[in-house]
Design a protein. Structure first.
Ligand code: ADP
Ligand code: MG
Length: 190
């Protein structure tokens, strides 16, 4: 049987020497095919943990593997299988909805008919099809979150990391967001 998708052993992160640890000896694992929630108050270290899993931060001590790979030393391989939607979405506000999707498709090398299929699927899911020419900066908060999620799903990832995806989103849009994020393929979501 394969090991867990994410394995975290004695992981600590200290941003500054002498500062309090943002994460202190965290040990956990996440299996493939599961949805895992990470709960804690502001400043608990949730974003820090997600950024470490995505390989965007380097641990102070301890170890993480994603699919057996180290997110720092094997960053190329890990980036190919992980999508990360940051807490403050990573959209370009001065680009349109379509231009944001196209940019992410370029970055993920989603080309040809796969690309057309992805745009159609994601614009349909999110209800953003009527707004493809609207600047991302002019979208409502909920629509921005949906576009952020669409960009994260442009290539179906093995691991989808969502940092507070429904904050600032009204209850109906929130339900839609989870419907978009928890679909067909049993993607593990953190
Ligand atoms: N880049 C950084 N530099 C210094 N301290 C940071 C940085 N990022 C986060 N921290 C600190 O790490 C702790 C955990 O933050 P964070 O992971 O953002 O928590 P959460 O997402 O649970 O609200 C906080 O004390 C925060 O101030
Ligand atoms: Mg956070």
């Amino acid at each position: 049987m394969p090991g867990p998708l994410i394995q975290i052993d004695q992981l600590s992160k200290r941003f500054d020497k002498g500062a309090l640890a943002a994460l202190d000896s965290v040990t956990a694992h996440v299996n493939a095919g599961e949805v895992t929630g990470l709960v804690g108050p502001d400043g608990a270290g949730k974003t820090t943990l997600l950024r470490l899993i995505a390989g965007l931060l380097v641990p102070s001590t301890g170890k993480i593997t994603v699919n057996g790979l180290d997110p720092v030393t094997d960053s190329g391989s890990v980036h190919r299988i992980v999508s990360y939607m940051p807490q403050r979405f990573g959209l370009y506000e001065d680009l349109s909805v379509q231009e944001n999707l196209t940019l992410y498709a370029d970055l993920r090398s989603v080309l040809g008919s796969d690309r057309e299929e992805a745009f159609e699927r994601l614009l349909g899911f999110t209800g953003l099809a009527p707004f493809t020419n609207r600047l991302a900066g002019a979208l409502s908060g909920g629509m921005k979150q949906k576009l952020g999620l669409a960009c994260a799903l442009i290539k179906k990832p093995d691991l989808l990391l969502l940092d507070e995806p429904s904050v600032g989103v009204d209850p109906i849009s929130r339900r839609e967001l989870w419907r978009i994020g928890l679909p067909q393929k049993n993607w593990p979501i953190v």
